[in-house]
Design a protein around this ligand. Structure first.
Ligand SMILES: Cc1cc2nc3c(=O)[nH]c(=O)nc-3n(C[C@H](O)[C@H](O)[C@H](O)COP(=O)(O)OP(=O)(O)OC[C@H]3O[C@@H](n4cnc5c(N)ncnc54)[C@H](O)[C@@H]3O)c2cc1C
Length: 521
């Protein structure tokens, strides 16, 4: 997946594309995979890096959503549980099952959560993971050695999926490319073009690297810009009513000794009525999330102090050692592109169903939903897009489509497991140049070879792309990521043909972004 080659292909493309997809998050890339695998001619444009938006900032759970059981939305839960199963089937190198324990401190919690979680397991049917059951106090402590013991009666265990969101997205982008789609990152759609009857018939976009403009024609234009969807809809028709109710969620990341376990903690009811997770992730512990309505969507949202304090205080209620601001290795925020509902003010109560909406301008918007259901969202979207664009009807193939790097057992690849079959190619880079086998920082497992690989094969264009999304350094330990940036820059400079000035500019840009992930005491 080479950006220069794809750009050349796009520049030389004379006919209208069957579909132009705007937005390179889970939703847009999912649509590109689906459309291209059906044989449609697909162009996807992302204004920043793939996954720069919400899709790298999730809780990283492939889940049905235990919480939605309580809302009584069983069809949503069942659909997501099926998609969870398909994700594991098609991307076993990136998705794995994880045990979640709901600790019980009140007498009623064991029967209440026991029954609910059994139902959750049953709803998964043949796509089930592990069996839900009640745990004794001792079993709970075995699974969660650092859980608060005072008043602890036992727990309830259930299973869900865990994945590395931006790694999965990278592999999905490569899958879309392998299926024939043209994908460009750092390509902002600055305007929508219309035909003589006022229907959207393409886009005007700008290469953020060179400023070069692109006018591309599309038989249908799909707006998959997540929390930014209304901005684009208004560009096509300033009179449209907004669809999105943006809601911010944050996570704090700690050293693994706060929860030295293979199981996660799930707190079903925090003081603000939400679910809170403490999850082992890449040898760290990630705790989140909040649900704070926000008025505007930005690409680099910043955690509010109130959100940080809420997570710290809620985690302190459950962990033997209370985490403090000084313990936070990284803080990251993301914005849920929730679909508005009449009369619902609390974003936590808004449905996680997805919506496909066609404005009178012909612009198609796909939004809402969840990471877990991206494939289903894409299937529905491409079905409708094909009808709107009068394309020949073709069946969806993604239910059994393997995601790039597919490898059924990759655990023995250690930190390179997330690359699946590509890990062997990274190994070859190291065999050719053993210095590339060195780590970039003593606190993180990332190898120099991963930087080279990201630039050559995963369309990483900036230091941030490499340290935030191709590797997860910035999300795991912001100060370590800052410390390793110069070494990453040295490796990238010859690959990207950066001179000294460009390299310094890159470093300064990374420092500015990384400052948002460092929590000051
Ligand atoms: C805190 C949090 C936790 C979550 N946890 C989970 C979870 O555990 N499991 C789960 O299933 N779901 C989870 N979700 C939901 C999930 O992350 C989102 O539903 C999903 O990532 C949305 O993807 P998207 O592609 O629609 O949006 P995005 O990932 O935001 O992608 C939209 C893209 O459009 C681009 N764009 C915008 N405007 C333009 C333009 N003019 N030109 C070109 N590109 C443009 C943006 O740069 C962006 O990259 C969570 C969400 C949040 C916020």
């Amino acid at each position: 997946m080479n950006r220069d080659e794809i750009w050349k292909r796009v520049r030389e493309h004379r006919n209208p594309w069957d579909m132009i997809v705007i937005g390179g998050g889970a939703t847009g890339v999912g649509v590109a995979i689906d459309g291209a695998s059906r044989g449609y001619d697909v162009l996807l444009l992302e204004q920043s890096d793939f996954g720069k938006g919400t899709s790298s900032r999730s809780t990283k759970l492939a889940h049905g959503g235990v919480r939605y059981l309580e809302q009584g939305n069983l069809s949503l839960v069942m659909e997501a549980l099926k998609e969870r199963g398909l994700l594991l089937q098609n991307a076993p190198h990136l998705v794995h099952d994880l045990a979640f324990v709901v600790p019980n401190y009140e007498w009623w919690e064991a029967p209440f959560y026991g029954i609910g979680l059994k139902l959750y397991q049953l709803l998964a049917g043949k796509y089930g993971f592990g069996k839900s059951r009640l745990l004794s106090r001792e079993e709970t402590l075995e699974r969660l050695p650092t859980i608060k013991t005072e008043g602890l009666r036992g727990g309830a265990i259930y299973y869900d999926g865990q994945f590395d969101d931006s790694r999965l997205l990278t592999h999905m982008a490569i899958t879309a490319f392998e299926q024939g789609a043209a994908l460009l990152n750092y390509f902002e759609v600055t305007g929508l073009a219309k035909d003589s009857q006022g229907f959207v018939d393409g886009v005007i976009a700008r290469d953020a690297e060179t400023g070069e403009e692109l006018r591309a024609w599309g038989k249908v234009v799909v707006n998959a810009t997540g929390a930014f969807a209304d901005r684009l809809r208004r560009a096509a028709d300033p009179s449209v009513a907004p669809m999105i109710a943006p809601s911010q969620g944050i996570h704090l990341v700690f050293k693994s000794d706060f929860l030295p376990a293979n199981s996660a903690i799930m707190v079903p009811h925090t003081s603000d009525g939400r679910v809170l997770f403490a999850i082992p992730w890449h040898d760290h512990v990630m705790v989140g999330t909040t649900d704070t309505p926000v008025s505007t969507s930005t690409l680099e949202p910043v955690a509010l102090d109130s959100e940080v304090e809420f997570i710290l205080s809620t985690a302190a209620q459950y962990l033997t050692r209370s985490p403090t601001r000084a313990d936070v290795l990284s803080v990251f925020a993301g914005i849920r592109p929730l679909v508005r509902a009449e009369g619902v003010a609390n974003t936590a109560a808004l449905s996680r169903d997805h919506v496909i909406h066609i404005d009178s301008s012909g612009l198609m918007t796909v939004c809402g939903g969840k990471w877990t259901t991206y494939r289903r969202m894409a299937e529905d979207c491409v079905d409708q897009a094909a009808t709107l664009a009068q394309l020949p009807e073709r069946p969806c193939l993604t239910r059994d489509l393997k995601i790039h790097g597919f490898q059924s057992s990759s655990e023995d690849l250690g930190p390179l497991a997330v690359y699946g079959s590509d890990a062997a190619e990274i190994g070859k880079l190291i065999a050719d140049n053993p210095a590339l086998g060195e780590t970039l920082h003593p606190d993180l497992p990332y190898l120099k070879a991963q930087v080279i690989w990201a630039v050559r094969h995963e369309m990483a264009r900036t230091i941030e792309d490499v340290l935030a999304r191709r590797t997860r350094a910035l999300f795991l330990n912001a100060r370590a990521a800052l410390a390793m940036a110069p070494a990453a820059a040295d490796l990238m400079a010859p690959e990207m043909k950066w001179d000294a000035v460009a390299t310094q500019k890159q470093l300064a840009a990374f420092r500015e972004v990384a400052a948002n992930y460092v929590l000051h005491t």
